[in-house]
Design a protein around this ligand. Structure first.
Ligand SMILES: Nc1ncnc2c1ncn2[C@@H]1O[C@H](COP(=O)(O)OP(=O)(O)O)[C@@H](O)[C@H]1O
Ligand SMILES: [Mg+2]
Length: 259
């Protein structure tokens, strides 16, 4: 199920502003890749191009290719809605639908895809997705209560359950732990480690320890100054990035000399 992602010569624009320049990257299936770098270097922007969420912003465009198992998601005739079904996304702020029950939150994405489910199918899928998000045991007795009653960390795992209920091949996460306490953060990090058995996971994090803990490979992005495009400086095994980076720029960043 998990897909390989090949990013080729990717330039990303907001109107005339070139926000990200010339990204090349190959992301293997069943792996976790972390995007790190200072604020504004384009981590979120690159992430959003991987499921065609970037172009939702008026004037936002890309050039280059993003191949999923060899097929360009920007190719002629590709429906972005299908891309987003295969490439799920979890955001910084957990955003369950507040008036919907826990169960309906899990099923929301599936229902959006106009899939009709019998009661048994809906129950099974709810359980499977909540188990997959390590949340089942905590919520199984209150599936019909509102999602907004959960703690922040539980809400974030509920959003992950919603994302995996549609059975994507790739999961994108943009700073999924930045609003969470340390215990909830560890729960999500454990979950990310489980998720890579099935999915290609790409996570943006401003927390370098987190990148070191959860990822197989790390991409370090940087920006030369305000108004300049972000660039991918180094992409390598996480252990190399943090112990023996190739580029001095990476070394300066991970040792805390800037950013
Ligand atoms: N919706 C937007 N419209 C215009 N410019 C944007 C938008 N989102 C981000 N940018 C710009 O793109 C650049 C990269 O931003 P972003 O991807 O959010 O960086 P990061 O996630 O690394 O902090 C920044 O210069 C930012 O101001
Ligand atoms: Mg960001």
């Amino acid at each position: 199920m998990s897909k390989q992602i090949d990013i080729k010569d990717l330039d990303i624009f907001y109107g005339d502003f070139r926000a990200v320049d010339g990204v090349q990257m190959q992301i293997k299936p069943r792996s976790v890749t972390a995007f790190i770098g200072p604020s504004g270097c384009g981590k979120s922007t690159v992430l959003r191009t991987l499921n065609r969420m970037h172009e939702v912003i008026p004037g936002a465009t890309v050039s280059g290719e993003v191949l999923m198992d060899g097929n360009d998601i920007y190719g002629a005739g590709v429906d972005p809605v299908n891309v987003r079904r295969e490439v799920g996304m979890v955001f910084q702020r957990a955003n369950p639908f507040p008036t919907m029950s826990i169960k309906e939150n899990v099923l929301a994405g599936v229902r959006l895809n106009n899939k009709r489910l019998s009661k048994t199918e809906a129950d099974d899928l709810t359980e499977r997705a909540l188990r997959g998000a390590n949340l089942w045991n905590e919520v199984k007795d209150r599936l019909n209560l509102p999602g907004s009653g959960l703690s922040g960390g539980q809400q974030q795992r509920l959003c992950i359950a919603r994302a995996i209920a549609v059975e994507p091949q790739v999961l994108l996460m943009d700073e999924p732990c930045s609003a969470l306490d340390p215990i909830s953060t560890l729960a999500i990090e454990d979950l990310i480690n489980d998720l890579k058995d099935k999915y290609t996971v790409v996570i943006v994090t401003h927390n370098m320890q987190q990148a070191a803990r959860v990822s197989d490979k790390t991409a370090f992005f940087n920006i030369a100054g305000t108004g300049k495009p972000g660039k991918l400086i180094e992409f390598n095994e996480t252990s190399s990035i943090f112990s023996n980076p190739d580029k001095e720029e990476t070394e300066n960043y991970i040792s805390g000399r800037f950013g």
